[in-house]
Design a protein around this ligand. Sequence first.
Ligand code: PMP
Length: 400
Amino acid sequence: MSRADQTLAEELAAQAAAGRSRRRRTVEARAAGGVRVTVAGRECLAFCSNDYLGLADHPRVVAAFCEAARRWGVGSGASHLVSGHDAEHHALEEELARFVARPRALLFSTGYMANLAVASVLAGRGDHVLEDRLNHASLLDAGLACGARFSSYAHGDVAALRSKLAAIGAAARTLVLTDGVFSMDGDIAPLQEIAAACRELPATLLVDDAHGFGVLGATGAGAVEEAGLGLDAVPVLMCTLGKAVGTFGAFVAGSPMLIESLLQRARTYIYTTALPPAVAAATRESLRVMRDEPWRRGRVLEHAARFRAGLAELGLRPLPSRTPIQPLLIGAEAAAVVASHALFEQGFWVPAIRPPTVPVGTSRLRFTFSASHTEAEVEQLLAALRTLRDSGVIQPTAAA
Ligand code: PMP
């Protein structure tokens, strides 16, 4: 074994000893809006996808994808600024800007890259970045990588944010970054209060609404729409397309000046291949389905509410969330893995989320719901959880 491999082997062994090894399950087939999946020859019910509206295999979205692939080919062939910016991308950007009621939007290949882009353009050496402690890894990485002075505040704690902003002072350039819906907790940031703090103290606010977009708000435009916050309150809005929209990619929406600056300067925009145009075409159709079938938003939220009520009947308490993300706190890494395996044995796929994705001691089962689930399937999941509770695999007292 090479010296490098020897070190890697030791590091992997330490990770395994801490109960933090990760492993992939290969999905052999997906059906029924992605909620019935076949793994190792066995069909199971998945409660672990971010395809909240069940649009990833919607016939209209799939047809738009296939038609565009025939017309445009599969690959875009280049970055947007070279020759990869096709009419489908351009039309999608205009439609996304309209969807979130912002002047302009810019497509990115992933949300991770979009977050890196924004932080790199809006903050640098000598500036300040403030983040909620439970922000998604891509936001935290973006804040750390941009070279600004980085500080985090306790989860959802606007008073802590305010005092940090006050200490920094108005002379400095400060960027505040928050998830709209927290990806591992499912709760919604106090966006109105955060926006008010950023207006008064002052700072530029970026909301990453990866998990709210498509699900929350009167038109599905997300947590920011639900909070009634326009461009002045939330000048930088980042949303992903690989979750409720059911396709792939991400966008940043904001002022023409912001978007032009990202386009001119963000390295994760400039130096990467544009999304396949067929993905853009499928996303355009997905936005139309979101408008035509608003019942999908209602249905997924109803499933989440029924699940919470069912857990309460079992004496189990999920973390406070009214979104499709419903975590059940377990505590120790090993116990979360045991619970996840026990559910899998009964035909339910629910991942154990462990550190470093979540803080030490807060390992959890993360249930996510889809409009493609049926009410009966939610009841089946609750029945399985009842058996886990009765056999002591899940402790009512361990719940938050
Ligand atoms: N932000 C949040 C809150 C997320 O949950 C994710 C994806 N898990 C991302 C950003 C990254 O988006 P993408 O998967 O498109 O890179």
